[in-house]
Design a protein around this ligand. Structure first.
Ligand SMILES: *Cc1c(COP(=O)(O)O)cnc(C)c1O
Length: 387
C-alpha cells in the first residue's frame, strides 16, 4: 500500500489503498468494466472470478475509505440504504435494535416497513436527553446512531454510547455521512461499524448514489463481506471510480465547506428574522461541548428557523439563484430545502412540531462557491420573501 501510518488525512485521501496498475503503470486505478475474468484452468485464476464478488476498482475505493476511517475493512454497496440494509441482514431474526430518534427518513422507513415486519424490533431514543445506560437494555444486539442528525444537527456522545454497548455486548453502528472522516472518526471513539451514504460528501459531486460500511471487527467484516456477495447490492465500477476521484479532494472540499458555512452562520446570527440557528460549533448550541470533544470540525450543514409563515418560507427557498432547491446534500454546489414541505412532509404537523421541525425551518448544504456570492444570494432571497 502506498501510504504509511504517519501520513496525514490530506495525503491519505489521495493515495490510500491505491498503487499503479501492474500491467501498464496507470497512476489512477482504471475502471475495470467487466463482469467476468478468464481462468488459466478450472478454478485457477488471479483471485478474480466474477465481478459481484471482486472488482479491482471497487476494491481500491473500499481500501481508501477504510483507511480514512481507521478501519481494516471497507465493504461498498450500491446506495447508503443498501449498506444499512446489509448490516441488518447480519442480525438474528428476532434481534433488538435501539436507534436514535432523529434518523434519516429512509433509514427509519427501512427499519419500520421492511425489517420490523420480519421480526426485528426497534426502539427509538433521544440520546441527547436520555442516558445510554437507561436507553439501551441488556439483550440489545445493535445500536444505530446518526450524529450530527438531519435536519436539526443534534449531537450524540459516541464514546458514552459505545461504553454502554461494550458493557452488554451490543454492536454500535454510527452513520457518519454528515461529519465524514475528515471531522469525526467513530471507530476511534469505540464504535464497531461506520456507515456512509457515499452519495453525499465522500463523492461530493452529486453524480453518484453509493454506500459503504467500515469496520475493524473481524467477525463483522467476514459476515458483511459474505452478505455483500450473497445479497449482491454492489456498486458498479464506474460509480466506484467516480467516488475514488471525488475522495481525492475530500479534505480540501471539507475545509472550504466549513469556512463558507462559518461565514453564513455568522451572517444568519445577526439577521433579525432568524429566530433559531442550529450549528454545533456555536457555543450557544446544545451540542457544542460534545461536538468539541469528538469532532475536529463541522462541514457545511446549517439549519435555521425563519420567523415567517410557511408561505413566506416557501417563497424564500424558491427565490435563491445560486442555492438550488433540492433534497440531498454534501456536493460542491449549494442546496437549500424546506423540511416541512419536502424531506419531512410525510411527518404529521403535530409530530413535526414535537420534533422541532417548524414551518420556517430551512436547511442549507453550503457548497464551495465564493461565499460573498452565497451571502448576496441569501440576502436577496430573504428580501424577496419578506417584501
Ligand atoms: C442520504 C442519507 C442516507 C441514505 O443514503 P442513500 O445513498 O441515499 O441510499 C443515509 N443516511 C444519511 C445521513 C443520509 O443523508
Amino acid at each position: 500500500m502506498s501510504t504509511n501510518e504517519h501520513d496525514r488525512l490530506e495525503t491519505r485521501v489521495i493515495h490510500a489503498g491505491q498503487f499503479p496498475e501492474p500491467t501498464t503503470g496507470a497512476v489512477m486505478p482504471p475502471v475495470f468494466q467487466t463482469s467476468t475474468y478468464a481462468q488459466e484452468g478450472p478454478a485457477r485464476h488471479k483471485g478474480y472470478e466474477y465481478a459481484r464478488t471482486h472488482n479491482p476498482t471497487r476494491e481500491a475505493m473500499e481500501r481508501c475509505v477504510a483507511d480514512l476511517e481507521g478501519a481494516t475493512t471497507g465493504i461498498a454497496f450500491g446506495s447508503g440504504l443498501a449498506a444499512t440494509s446489509t448490516v441488518l441482514q447480519m442480525l438474528p431474526a428476532d434481534a433488538k435494535v435501539v436507534a436514535g430518534d432523529d434518523l434519516y427518513g429512509g433509514t427509519f422507513r427501512l427499519f419500520e416497513r421492511v425489517y420490523a415486519r420480519r421480526g426485528i424490533s426497534f426502539s427509538y431514543v433521544d440520546f441527547t436527553r436520555v442516558d445510554p445506560r437507561a436507553a439501551i437494555p441488556e439483550g440489545t444486539h445493535l445500536v444505530w446512531i446518526e450524529t450530527p442528525t438531519n435536519p436539526l444537527l443534534k449531537v450524540t456522545d459516541i464514546a458514552a454510547v459505545a461504553a454502554r454497548c461494550k458493557e452488554i455486548g451490543a454492536l454500535l453502528a454510527v452513520d457518519n455521512t454528515f461529519a465524514t472522516p475528515v471531522f469525526q472518526r467513530p471507530l476511534s471513539l469505540g464504535a464497531d461499524l461506520v456507515v456512509h451514504s457515499v452519495t453525499k460528501y465522500l463523492n461530493g459531486h452529486s453524480d453518484v448514489v453509493g454506500g459503504i460500511v467500515l469496520t475493524s471487527h473481524d467477525q463483522v467484516a467476514t459476515d458483511l463481506r459474505f452478505l455483500q456477495n450473497a445479497s449482491g447490492a454492489v456498486p458498479g465500477p464506474w460509480d466506484a471510480w467516480l467516488v475514488l476521484r471525488g475522495l481525492k479532494t475530500l479534505a480540501v472540499r471539507m475545509e472550504r465547506h466549513q469556512a463558507n458555512a462559518r461565514r453564513v452562520v455568522d451572517w444568519l446570527a445577526e439577521h433579525p428574522r432568524v429566530k433559531r440557528l442550529h450549528y454545533p460549533m456555536l457555543p450557544s448550541d446544545p451540542g457544542y461541548d460534545v461536538a468539541r470533544r469528538q469532532m475536529s470540525g463541522f462541514g457545511g450543514m446549517v439549519s435555521f428557523v425563519l420567523d415567517v409563515d410557511l408561505a413566506r418560507a416557501e417563497r424564500f427557498v424558491s427565490s435563491t439563484r445560486l442555492f438550488t432547491l433540492a433534497e440531498s446534500l454534501g456536493g460542491v454546489e449549494s442546496l437549500i430545502e424546506l423540511p416541512a414541505s419536502m424531506t419531512h412532509a410525510s411527518v404529521p404537523p403535530a409530530q413535526r412540531k414535537a420534533l422541532g421541525i417548524d414551518d420556517g425551518l430551512v436547511r442549507l448544504s453550503i457548497g464551495i462557491e465564493n461565499v460573498e456570492d452565497l451571502l448576496e444570494d441569501l440576502d436577496q432571497a430573504l428580501k424577496a420573501a419578506l417584501a
